[in-house]
Design a protein around this ligand. Sequence first.
Ligand SMILES: Nc1nc2c(ncn2[C@@H]2O[C@H](COP(=O)(O)OP(=O)(O)O)[C@@H](O)[C@H]2O)c(=O)[nH]1
Ligand SMILES: [Mg+2]
Ligand SMILES: [Zn+2]
Length: 315
Amino acid sequence: MPDTLNGIILSCSGGRYEVFAPPYRYSCYAKGALRHLGAKPIAGDRVLFVPGKDRFEDDGTPLPPSETDDGYLLQILPRTNVFSRPPCANLDRLLIVVSVLDPAPDTVYLDRLTVLAAQARIEPLICFNKADLDPITANDLKERYRLAGYDAFAVSFAADHAPDSALAAALSGKTTALAGFSGVGKTSFFNRLFPHERGEVGELSKKIQRGKNTTRQTVLHSLSRSILHTDGYLADAAGFSQLKLYRDDRLNEDTLCEFFPEFSEFLGACRYTKCRHGAEDGCAITKAVSEGKIAQSRYDSYLALKQELSLQKPY
Ligand SMILES: Nc1nc2c(ncn2[C@@H]2O[C@H](COP(=O)(O)OP(=O)(O)O)[C@@H](O)[C@H]2O)c(=O)[nH]1
Ligand SMILES: [Mg+2]
Ligand SMILES: [Zn+2]
């Protein structure tokens, strides 16, 4: 029985898997037996593998090949979550980037992503970027989302300083994906963290496309190589911005209110037990909105997303 190691898949390309088991990276293939078990390894997977001759320093510098054969994956360890488009496993955080100007903030889009993250049991982090262009709006939005119960930050990714220490701490030891409209500052954030990689978040993944496989691949970047010098990974994939809400047993038009953390203290206080938190008399949610305890924009998002979910209702 060959020696095995525990590692994490950073990327997949042309049937090879780049596996990180600090301090080295290894190039592995997947044994047929693994695929026959119905498991297709993807970026973010924690794996048990047999290291082979192809080893690299963490910065990608090849080490002299050893005499052994090709390394291969033995087992995919249980996943905490999995996405198919883009393919990625074991995400801990969704960092949602919203710019305060150019493009203007879209709070329904933001709130859709916070719900989606909660549905996948991923913690959302919200960055209101380009705070330099409109510090008041950035701060107002940050406060609104903190009051709603989220980790929110007003930031300027284009500015020449390291990320907020609280934001850095939230990324440490975790696997984080970026989401947000085009132009909000995702690449700027990536470049700030990885000044030597000059990556293009979402765009970088095009470079590893091979042949006719058109599924956008995910690449995990180890934060050990970032200016934070910490454990954890940043996922490079554009698809997280386009994720759609899908209705299931846990998330539907009746349960959506539970996905708005600041609604929780009012739920159950409505006059009618089957209150839909719309125009009913004695609704504790709409009362909280009118008293400024729930932000109007959050309630508007709730109504819009409820509509979206109910349109998916099977009949
Ligand atoms: N003023 C200002 N501009 C920014 C900031 N962050 C990014 N930008 C600019 O916004 C544009 C889009 O940024 P980019 O990172 O490419 O956004 P992406 O499409 O989300 O990857 C670029 O011209 C950036 O220089 C910021 O904090 N302040
Ligand atoms: Mg970009
Ligand atoms: Zn109600």
